[in-house]
Structure formats: C-alpha cells, structure tokens
Design a protein around this ligand. Sequence first.
Ligand code: DWN
Length: 396
Amino acid sequence: MKKKFLNLGKQPLANSFLSSKSKSSKQKEFFYNLSVSFDTKNYLVSITNPVNPKMQYTDKYAHRASESKTMRNAFKKTAKNLRDKYSPKLIMEIGSNDGVFLKNFPKKSVIAVEPCKNLAKLTSKKFKTYPYFWDKKLAKKIFNNQKKTDLIFSANTISHIPNIKETFQSIEYSLSENGVLIIEDPSLRSVIKSNSYDQFYDEHVYVFSALAINNIAEKYDLKLFDIEEVENHGGSLRYHISKKKSKYRESIRLKKMIKIEKNNGLNNIKTFYNFANRVKKSKKELIKMLKSLKKKNKKIISYGATYKSTTVFNYCNIDNKYFDYVTDTTLNKQGKYTPGKHLPIMSPEEGFNSSVDYAFLGAWNFKKEILNKEASYIKRGGRFITHVPTVKILKK
Ligand code: DWN
C-alpha cells in the first residue's frame, strides 16, 4: 500500500529551462503536483504521480554528465573496476547521456541507449547508439539477432523510468546467463540522512534502497547479489544484479547493507514522516537566512543550475527577491531561465565575480570540487550557503 509522506507543491519540469522567447510567450509553463510516497509492501519510495517521460526526455535535454571533473573521474574509475571484475565483451548502457562512461571502453564493444535525441546524436558519432526509450520493443530490436550482453550499466537512469516492470523484463531478456546488470542511483538512506529533499523532482521517479531493489529483482528472473556504497551525487548505491541461476552468490556487504537499512528504518513509514517534518523546517530556515542577508543588502546568487535546484526554488518560493541569478558551466543552460522561478542563468566567467557576497550551492553534491575551484572567492570573504544536511553558511 502506497502512503504519501511528503508534499513539495506545484513544480515545473526540472529540465524545462526557458529561452527568453518561451519566457515571454503566452503559452503557460507546465506544472504538476510533486508529492512522494512509500510503498509499505516492497519499501519502494516514489513520486506519487509521475510525469509522461515523452515530455521530459526530448531533444532539448540540458544535463551533460561530463560537466564535472568529479563525475568524469568517477565514471573512469567505475569502468576500470567493472572491466577488472567482470571482463565484459559487450557492454550496453541505458541512459548514456554524453558518453562519459562508455568512452572508457573500446568503441566496438559498446551499445548506447539514449532517448534524448540531442545526446544520442552526440554519441552516435563515437559508438553505436539507439536513440530510443528503453523498453521491450527496443530490447528485442537489439538482441533478437545477436548475442545477449554480459554487462548492462545504468547510472542515474533506472530511477527515472516509471514502468519498472517493463524495464526489468527487458533487462532480463537482454542479459546473458552470467551477465550482470549494474544500476547506480542516489541512495534513499543518504537522502534521508542528509535531508536532501531536492533529490525529488519529476525525473527522479524512484529513490531506491537495497531493500526495495531486492524486492523488485525477486519478482523477475533476477537477483541482487552485491552492493557498493559510493560518494556520487551525495551518496549513491551501486547494485550488482544477475539472473537468479547465475554463478554469483549473495555478498556479505549486501547482507550488511540490508541490515543497516532496516536499522535506519527504511522499511518503516515513521522514518519518512519524520523526514517530511525536517524538510519543512529546512524550508523555513533557508528563507529566514536569505531574508536576513537581503536585509543587510547582500548580493546572493546560486551556483549550478541543477535540476535539484528546481525543487528547492519552487518549494521554498525563491525568486529574484533573493537571488540575482544562477551560474552554470553548461553552455546550453547559459542565457536561459530556471524552470518556474525564471532566474537568469549565466556563465561563471560572467556572473561569479567580485560583486557576489553569497552563493547558494545548487550543486552541493560537488561541494569538494567547487570549494577547491573557488578558493580565491572564499579567501576574499565570499561565502557559500548550503541546505544539505542543514541550512548553513559554510565557514570555508
Ligand atoms: O539524475 C540526474 C543527475 C545525475 O543529473 C538527472 N536527472 C539530471 C541531473 O541533475 P542535476 O542537475 O541535479 O545534476 P548535477 O550533476 O548536480 O548538476 C550540476 C550542475 O552544476 C551542472 O549543470 C554543471 C554545474 N556545475 C557548475 O556550474 N560548476 C558543476 C560544477 C561541478 C561546477 O563547478
């Protein structure tokens, strides 16, 4: 039974960055009601009413996974680890974005699946790319006449697909006998622990836990046999899944993780009601802090036009009363406006200058990288604000 525990109000699509033309157009921006539920039977946390993926993964998809050094390095390391551990001959990635992971493998041994046509166009110059949504039809198209794959990788994508049944059935069809599916997504335990409610937005239909993935895999000819905790995106889990009859056995670290999650109450609705109370408190504290800084005439901007920020800005009602603009390194976000609150986005070269007193860390998941990069800003007295895990001004 699904129980709703968090209401984040009316939200626009996180990828719906507006051009000046669309901002001034009479056509109304699309908003939906963002609430989050917990399934008391399989422990799956999901958005209560997901949006149609065709509205989300268009040829105007803005996010480029290669944009941070942290992620470029993380994907390189993951590719090496997977090569060493599984020696795959054929690797398929579901949601290959700009190819940041697959570029670490020989071109001929990879298959990319990417429904956003602009991204698929980018990678099709480098390797075989299917510009479609991952479903049964596509799995049959790829694997009807060819050997099944021994490694399917999918980072920050499986959590984005509402139809979990078809997703897993199509994976089951595509995997070889001892083939392995690797899923990596933000972990529910990290989200709860760090109060990062902005991990909930239209694209994050699910925030997975080991408990939930274990229950889901069980329903198909699949089993979760191993798990890794990784730092990516504020704390993620990397799930290792195979066919039920594969040679792989359940690892000790998986048993430990299941125990830890139970101890942290990820199988108990009360945990989520408590989380929802902390989210409300976080909103109040952030607004209080921003109001007090504006009273002192401080200039505040936001650093990183993240999809996560869409949730924060629209839930906390943060507009140009508080933030002058947002800076982002992604070329195709620059010159546009943030979804819902319409804050202008500019390049760091243009906007991150000596006039800035405070910068809200929209990309808090890259705190280390950003604080390193912006050491001179901090040295001259500029400060970063974060809401994760609590609302505060970072000293250094
Ligand atoms: O799951 C998803 C994650 C992985 O990526 C997608 N649904 C969409 C997207 O979400 P996000 O926008 O919240 O992800 P990031 O990776 O936190 O976005 C960081 C943004 O900040 C990028 O637009 C790049 C920008 N950035 C910057 O301007 N300066 C990043 C760094 C590190 C910087 O120094």
